[in-house]
Design a protein around this ligand. Structure first.
Ligand code: HEM
Length: 462
């Protein structure tokens, strides 16, 4: 039926249609630099499949601060430098945070901070902000120290263990305690089992759900998926609800609900959001802090000196934390070099500019915070806490902290995460350090955020 001429004709027609399509679509974006679209966008798709957003950023970053890339037939606008990243985050009037990720999340945490915009988002955010204020968090210092002590005591000295599993337990328990006043008691195996069931790999099933949503939205909305999500959320919400029922009526969340600022249902969705957003992110960053201390013994030794001079073996006060300036630099430098957020997105709700470039309404804007934050300084691949000097501290710390986003939608848990990272580091330096087996940290340049899962460590005897 198909003669030899069809083998020539069909590809020719596809090629012609592609040329027409590219010329039409690219007209809208041709003022934005980027690689010349390959046939069917296959070359760019190949780069993406090999290295996701980071692969694209590394390969095409030299085109400029704002670039356009074809991925198959779709055009993405990617933000590549720090000033454009800041401008995108701050311009909430034109660039909405609601995109594919949030559309998927509607089915998991409806009505929460993560997926709302405008007055609805503002109501949630302003009512929850006081809980996360830096000045408020000092009261959690001893509770966080107790959790680290318990988890640290449970480890045998000089025996290798999986660092991410240990960090998972610590950061999970810290969030449960600080946010919901849930004590996961290590001595009660049933409680630990229930907690693990409720929280293990939340990010994984969330990520998996989102991919399924992108590929096939109707399937993602199916009863099968909804039942699965409810099953995963159930033990967590049950634990949190139980705790809130038994909590002091003056506690923050009770007051919020009683005053009508958040409904009971909204609180439940916010609780899942906070857990999804706040626990594995901090776990992986903690692995990177500890990794840096093994990899750079001179940094560890300087940090040890500072901690022993300022604290002399005692638990820090909020005032002490302000005086631990080198610790601050070590954590900031880790945030800068190892930001674990690989991709972010925005949707232009009206045409506006980023730098010199006009961004058409309804385009897809994507960026890799990891790439932008890391490359926001000179010699970006060097781990160098000393780069923060008195003169540049304000500017450089702002850049490092933009790993938490910036502007109105920046991370609500940024100070809590910083506090956790600092306290856990102090405890370990004071009470027996960890050494990471550097053979287990083989960094995949395209998926560096996966690396912490492979790290193995040893608790050194004191
Ligand atoms: C190292 C740890 C963390 C990193 C790197 C991180 C990073 C981020 C980033 C980049 C955003 C902005 C996303 C966007 O709009 O594109 C964000 C938002 C958010 N984060 Fe974090 N985060 C961390 C820890 C936490 C913690 C501990 C919590 C809470 C307990 C938390 C809760 C949230 C919430 C609720 C949002 C949405 C805020 C809003 O839209 O108003 N995060 N985070």
């Amino acid at each position: 039926m198909f003669g030899i001429s069809s083998y020539i004709l069909i590809p020719l027609i596809i090629w012609l249609l592609w040329q027409i399509y590219v010329r039409t679509v690219d007209k809208k974006y041709s003022h934005i630099p980027g690689p010349k679209p390959s046939f069917l966008g296959l070359a760019e798709l190949y780069v993406y499949l090999q290295g996701s957003f980071l692969g694209l950023s590394n390969k095409y970053g030299h085109y400029g601060p704002v670039i356009r890339v074809f991925i198959g037939p779709f055009v993405w606008i990617m933000i590549m430098d720090y000033p454009s990243y800041v401008s995108l985050y701050h311009n909430t009037r034109s660039f909405s945070k609601l995109g594919t990720v949030q559309r998927a999340a509607v089915h998991i945490v409806p009505g929460s901070l993560f997926i709302t915009e405008g007055p609805e988002w503002r109501r949630h955010r302003t009512s929850m902000n006081p809980f996360f204020a830096n000045e408020e968090l000092g009261k959690y210092i001893s509770a966080i120290f107790d959790i680290v002590r318990e988890e640290h005591d449970a480890l045998e000295s000089d025996k290798p263990f999986a660092l991410s599993v240990w960090s998972n337990a610590v950061t999970g328990r810290v969030i449960m305690k600080t946010l919901f006043d849930v004590n996961v008691n290590k001595k009660n195996p049933q409680e630990v089992k229930e907690f693990e069931e409720a929280t293990n790999y939340m990010g994984d099933w969330f990520g998996f759900y989102m991919i399924s949503y992108c590929i096939c939205p109707p399937f993602a909305k199916s009863k099968y998926w909804q039942d699965y999500i409810n099953k995963r959320k159930e033990p967590f919400t049950r634990i949190v609800n139980q705790s809130l029922r038994n909590a002091d009526p003056d506690c923050f969340w009770h007051q919020l609900i009683q005053s009508g600022k958040l409904s009971w249902e909204e609180f439940q969705n916010e609780a899942v959001t906070l857990m999804l957003a706040g626990y594995e992110t901090t776990r992986d960053t903690l692995c990177w802090v500890l990794h840096s201390l093994t990899k750079y013994p001179e940094v560890k030794s300087k940090l040890k000196n500072e901690i022993s001079t300022v604290l002399n073996g005692r638990t820090p006060t909020p005032e002490d934390l302000k005086n631990l300036k080198y610790l601050d630099k070590v954590v900031l430098e880790t945030m800068r070099l190892h930001d674990i957020i690989l991709v972010g997105s925005r949707t232009p709700i009206q045409q506006d500019k980023i730098g010199d470039y006009l961004i058409p309404k309804d385009s897809t804007i994507l960026f890799s915070p990891h790439y932008v934050v890391k490359n926001s300084v000179d010699h970006p691949d060097e781990f160098d806490p000393e780069r923060f000097t008195e003169d540049n501290y304000k500017e450089l710390s702002k850049r490092a902290l933009s790993a938490f986003g910036t502007g109105p939608h920046q991370c609500i848990g940024k100070y809590l995460a910083m506090l956790e990272l600092k306290l856990i580091t102090i405890y370990l330096i004071q009470n027996g350090e960890f050494e990471i087996d550097l053979k287990t940290d083989q960094i995949n340049p395209h998926y560096p955020i996966k690396t912490p899962r492979k790290m193995s460590a040893i608790k050194k005897s004191v």
